[in-house]
Design a protein around this ligand. Structure first.
Ligand SMILES: *[C@@H]1O[C@H](CO)[C@@H](O)[C@H](O)[C@H]1NC(C)=O
Ligand SMILES: *[C@@H]1O[C@H](CO)[C@@H](O)[C@H](O)[C@H]1NC(C)=O
Ligand SMILES: *[C@@H]1O[C@H](CO)[C@@H](O)[C@H](O)[C@H]1NC(C)=O
Ligand SMILES: *[C@@H]1O[C@H](CO)[C@@H](O)[C@H](O)[C@H]1NC(C)=O
Length: 512
């Protein structure tokens, strides 16, 4: 799951809040029905679930796995985690993967998004030491998926940098990471190229860079807001492009796969019809999403990002823009290196113009400069930025279509988080139904070329700094039971039903 600038989860355990949540769920259930798209899911739309190695596998130091920046961050800085938790055991999927895949199969899903833990296969991060047990583990996962006729979607990097690469070379701040990541990606394509053909290089680079090297709330916890986070952004884009070029030149002819980077974005709806609010909404999405999408699909940084960071940098006394430039060669090297547009989306916010912050300490948010709010009748999830607004997803899909010349789009994450973990998760059902309906509207009415929709997630997991207090699973996991049992929620039955009908309404009312 992604998160916004304010990373702190606002856990509200007051009954008043719970009652409000339940009431608003019942209300939206009855209100939403009429607007649900009755079309049968098109054959071209694959539907699946997503997760990531550091959030589910556990076995953090077993069978030769190396330490990651998240292992280190959790062990050294428990105060950064709302429940002082670690990913040491998580869902224990390292042992229980067959059970997980059986749940995916039982739900009738088309695909399963997983990530390969870099340090499980290459403990030091480099290709000179291969961990056979790690390779074996993923080979077994792929074998199990194949036996169950479930298509794997594989993320090569889901935030879990091998710790030695942070210690020895400053991780994503060092341009040499482009070579090191390229070597790792090549190793993955060589080792697993016959097992999978649907690839994601890097997940949510905004979180890797802005939270990891800017605000510092995520591993490795480097604080350099508005300076080194942009350096990271440049390197992440170059590293992704390196991996794509390697696949394109050495593997595509044989393995015929698709390679993309996953970008995460909230939908920023203008708070009013005023031009300055519309400009603020566009600016917000360009800073969050366009900073990755524009180099990949149009070439170079978005103009508004270049202008604003250069202008503020100059007034702050920097000799050059804090946003590093791309050379002409780099622009060409990155442009066109996403075979499809992969998007993680969870929430929508209302966006307003905000006066420029006074010149002082640089920061990404001051560069972006917007004010955010939400409508009081939106159902809230587990965070202060998390709201159930299906039409926001439809607007986002249309924005992507129009801004990036109608690319093939795959939603690689979408789902609802709550703080209760209830098994009677009506709010999750309403969220998933509404968002899938918005996808059908986008496909059939707006002609968006959407070919995949992926729920986060099949089961509860370790939600980074949110630990085990933010629940997104269609199955609950009991994290205090050593056996980590998976317990079905109501949403699992709901989703099994829609996968059977491949339709969101009563079978008799489905429209072909
Ligand atoms: C960048 O990485 C290279 C190669 O690993 C290393 O020699 C160099 O010291 C690193 N630079 C910094 C600033 O960490
Ligand atoms: C930046 O500009 C200042 C003032 O003009 C100058 O003294 C300094 O040498 C410059 N630094 C670099 C790295 O160019
Ligand atoms: C969607 O994108 C895929 C992959 O580029 C392409 O094969 C397909 O024709 C596109 N579909 C539509 C309706 O444009
Ligand atoms: C979780 O497991 C523990 C240990 O087996 C058990 O005591 C507890 O009741 C379980 N919690 C739930 C909500 O099922």
């Amino acid at each position: 799951m992604q998160a916004l600038d304010t990373r702190q989860l606002h856990i509200n355990q007051k009954m008043r809040f719970l009652t409000g949540l339940i009431l608003s769920c019942l209300l939206s259930l009855s209100l939403a029905d009429g607007s649900i798209n009755p079309r049968r899911f098109p054959k071209t739309l694959r539907i699946g679930v997503a997760n990531a190695a550091p959030q589910i596998e556990g076995a953090w130091d077993e069978d030769g796995k190396g330490e990651t920046i998240w292992d280190r961050f959790a062990h050294k800085h428990p105060e950064k985690f709302v429940d002082r938790s670690t990913p040491d055991i998580a869902c224990d999927s390292y042992r229980k993967y067959k059970e997980d895949i059986a749940l995916v199969k039982a739900m009738g899903l088309d695909h399963y998004r997983l990530s390969i833990a870099w340090s499980r296969v290459l403990p030091t991060g480099y290709t000179d030491k291969v961990n056979k047990a790690g390779v074996e583990y993923y080979k077994n996962v792929f074998k199990e998926l194949k036996a169950n006729n479930i298509k794997p979607m594989v993320t090569i990097y889901h935030w879990d940098l091998p710790q030695p690469l942070q210690d020895q070379m400053n991780g994503w701040l060092n341009e040499s990471i482009v070579d090191v990541f390229g070597d790792y990606a090549k190793f993955v394509f060589e080792t697993f190229g016959d097992d999978a053909d649907w690839w994601i290089t890097i997940n949510e680079p905004k979180q890797v860079c802005q939270a990891g090297y800017g605000s510092g709330v995520f591993a490795p916890g480097i604080v350099s807001n508005g300076v080194l986070d942009y350096v990271c952004t440049k390197h992440v884009l170059l590293a992704h492009a390196r991996a794509w070029h390697i696949y394109n030149e050495q593997f595509r002819a044989k393995n015929k796969g698709q390679v993309a980077m996953v970008i995460d974005s909230t939908w920023y709806e203008p708070g009013s019809d005023r031009d300055e609010d519309k400009a603020a909404a566009e600016r917000a999405i360009q800073f969050d999403l366009g900073i990755y999408g524009n180099p990949l699909f149009n070439g170079d940084w978005p103009e508004i990002v270049k202008q604003r960071v250069a202008d503020r940098s100059e007034r702050e006394g920097f000799n050059t823009s804090r946003l590093p430039e791309f050379t002409k060669e780099q622009i060409d090297y990155i442009k066109g290196t996403s075979d499809y547009l992969a998007i993680n989306h969870y929430s929508t916010l209302l966006t307003y113009h905000a006066p420029d912050a006074p010149i002082g300490t640089p920061s990404f948010d001051k560069d972006k400069s917007v004010a955010l709010s939400h409508r009081s009748d939106w159902t809230q999830g587990s965070a202060d930025w998390f709201f159930d607004v299906p039409w926001g997803l439809r607007n986002l899909l249309n924005w992507l279509k129009n801004t990036y010349n109608n690319p093939e789009i795959v939603i690689t994450e979408n789902g609802f988080s709550d703080t209760t973990g209830t098994l009677e998760d009506e709010n999750r059902i309403v969220y998933l139904r509404g968002h899938l309906s918005a996808c059908l509207d986008a496909i059939f009415a707006d002609k968006v070329n959407l070919t995949g929709y992926t729920v986060w997630s099949i089961m509860d997991d370790w939600e980074w700094t949110g630990g085990y207090t933010s629940f997104l699973g269609m199955y609950r996991v009991n994290f205090t039971d050593p056996a980590r049992p998976r317990i079905k929620r109501k949403s699992a039955d709901y989703f099994t039903g829609i996968m059977k009908a491949r339709c969101l309404v009563d079978e008799s009312k489905c429209v072909e």
